[in-house]
Ligand binder design. Structure first.
Ligand code: HEM
Length: 165
């Protein structure tokens, strides 16, 4: 799934660029779940979704007519400053870490959420098990998050356990 690929790329990108997070996860694997949830919130792989209005209605003072296409900003909602303290910050200590809508909400909420979370956890555990650390590569370009990074290579130098100094 391109969505899971984006999540994995976002997680990997952060671990490569933010050694403090890598070290925190190495010290406490209990932080893997918060790391995944904060990535889903801060760097939501699905940034928006579309609905068609079934009847004339109004939301937050905006009139919508039956048949209108409405874009719902998932990424924007996950950065709502009335909900999140410092929404742009990437933090592992947020209360209610799963209080995001990266998997949608309501009757069409993503049925693959548990699988995506599991795949992300396994990927991170394998990296933590096998590597001492990952390093950025000089000259490589690391695009800003969030973004559709699933299609771009994220260059990293692996320092495996058996070769560590
Ligand atoms: C990080 C990974 C994923 C993210 C961020 C994600 C996100 C979403 C979102 C936001 C929706 C709701 C769209 C809407 O309401 O318009 C959705 C729906 C859906 N997702 Fe995922 N998804 C992910 C992984 C997966 C996986 C692994 C599967 C299947 C194995 C899956 C299957 C589906 C299906 C079938 C729907 C449609 C549900 C419906 O319309 O009732 N997703 N996903």
């Amino acid at each position: 799934m391109h969505t899971t690929r984006s999540l994995l790329t976002h997680l990997f990108n952060r671990l490569v660029q933010e050694p403090a997070i890598w070290e925190a996860l190495q010290a406490d694997r209990g932080l893997i779940a918060p790391f995944i949830e904060e990535s889903l919130r801060r760097d939501s792989p699905v940034q928006r979704t579309t609905r068609r209005c079934m009847r004339d209605t109004e939301m937050a003072g905006v009139a919508m007519r039956k048949g209108d296409l409405v874009e719902a900003g998932i990424g924007s909602a996950n950065h709502d400053e009335t909900v999140y303290d410092e929404p742009e910050a990437f933090r592992l200590d947020r209360p209610d870490l799963r209080w995001h809508i990266a998997f949608g909400t309501g009757s069409h909420i993503c049925p693959g959420a548990a699988l995506a979370r599991l795949e992300a956890r396994i990927a991170i555990e394998v990296l933590l098990d096998r590597l001492v650390r990952m390093e950025t590569v000089e000259g490589a370009v690391y695009p800003p998050l969030p973004g559709s990074l699933g299609h771009d290579p994220i260059l990293a130098r692996f320092v495996p356990r058996e070769h560590a100094a």
